[in-house]
Design a protein around this ligand. Sequence first.
Ligand SMILES: Cc1cc2nc3c(=O)[nH]c(=O)nc-3n(C[C@H](O)[C@H](O)[C@H](O)COP(=O)(O)OP(=O)(O)OC[C@H]3O[C@@H](n4cnc5c(N)ncnc54)[C@H](O)[C@@H]3O)c2cc1C
Length: 454
Amino acid sequence: MVTSSESVDVQVIVTGGGAIGLASAWEVARRGRSVLVLERFSRGHDRGSSAGLERQWRVQYSEERWSRLALETLPRWRELEAAGGRRLVHHTGSLWFGRPGVATSEGELRAAAAVMDRLDVPYDWLTAAEIEKRFGFVRLPAGHEGFYQADGGVIDVRGTLATLAGLGAAAGVRVGEHERVLAVEPDGTGVTVHTERAVHRAETVVVNAGACGAELLRDLGCPVEPHVSTAFGVLGALEAWSGGPVAGLRVLVHGAGKVGAVLAAELAAAGATVLVHDSAPGAAEIPGCLPVRDWAAAEVDVFMPCSASDLIGPALARRLSCGAVIGSANAVLADEAATLRVLADRGIVHLPTPLVNAGAVIVDSIEYYAPAAFRTADPEHVYAFVTSTVRESVARLLAEADTAEAPATPTALLRPPPEPGYCGPRFARSFPAELPHRPPGEPASDAARTPPSP
Ligand SMILES: Cc1cc2nc3c(=O)[nH]c(=O)nc-3n(C[C@H](O)[C@H](O)[C@H](O)COP(=O)(O)OP(=O)(O)OC[C@H]3O[C@@H](n4cnc5c(N)ncnc54)[C@H](O)[C@@H]3O)c2cc1C
């Protein structure tokens, strides 16, 4: 372990001691390189994505490449288990069921089954009655179906972290705990890493800082923020629904977190009347917006959930006084089928979240598939592209809903994309080359939306 303000000179520095950082560190160290892991908190802390006891391990995905990747990882898991001397993935089997055709943030049942068919992955397709009989559920809603896939299971998170840390230590990995990385500065001969306690030097830095990675990468020419992108996508969805600019609309933003706060500020700047609710004291105090406590009773044109999943059930859907529900929160409808029915009966449009909150995926796609254009693009133009992309896809869906025979809600029209039509390359291809670009080295223009460091 590295202590106090000792400066270290190694071949590779890994920033972040979560599951991915520890795995990278072990992999690099066993190839004979000297490695230092820098972790802002302590080992095994519960403030990152690798917190908790277990994670789902599964083969089924609606996108074939994720299924292929999962299958490819299995021998690596076995290798890790053999090296560490303990079982880490417990193959309990994986049961997925619900209403086929409904796209969720986890995927869609029939699309995932189609991928398994293509990859020769065995599974049992089950009706509601079969699921009840085999797994002990009772009174599943009519129309529910699903499948059981025997290879799926549970990852022992703590065991995995302990195994990776132990193997890393045995291979010579050193870990600096409570050592937050403040800046990563590459130059012609290596990288200088500034932390709260010291200045380290390495040939290479691997940034594995999880959700905080964007903060560290910002100074390396990656000024586009995923949460701001998501907010601009939601704005595009709202514009599609309203059929034009948002000025004059009265909206309620529920949840002033990273996405909601940016969205509320942008809407207020665009001339909308913006009510904001957040349970955290002070979070709703956004310049130009009106904080509200009794949000469920607010009369608005649009209710914009940016807070939590399962927020709106049938009871709340009966009370909402709005023309549309358009927000960034994943899986915002509890008891989805019943809630959609209430919304449809009341003439309230619900736009499907996978379309509305696609902003971060869109910018990730541009970054991945069109890296040169992304590196020099001005963030404002990337955000404008996100807004127009989401606006167009939502407008198409709404036009389809208008012509469909009995569209309960636009959600009912959302179909999983046919394989292999990943949308990522499409976003990158349509990212316009003619947008004004930022000369390399010139500062980005979105400093105002940079969130304060926690
Ligand atoms: C609620 C939840 C449920 C999930 N469910 C599943 C699931 O069922 N199946 C599945 O496969 N995956 C699941 N995932 C995803 C999976 O848990 C993550 O992909 C994985 O844990 C990511 O590990 P990581 O090392 O990239 O990130 P983290 O574990 O977040 O590690 C990043 C580390 O970087 C450190 N750090 C950040 N900034 C700095 C800095 N400036 N200086 C130094 N250190 C820094 C952080 O403290 C943290 O320890 C889930 C994630 C969550 C949050």
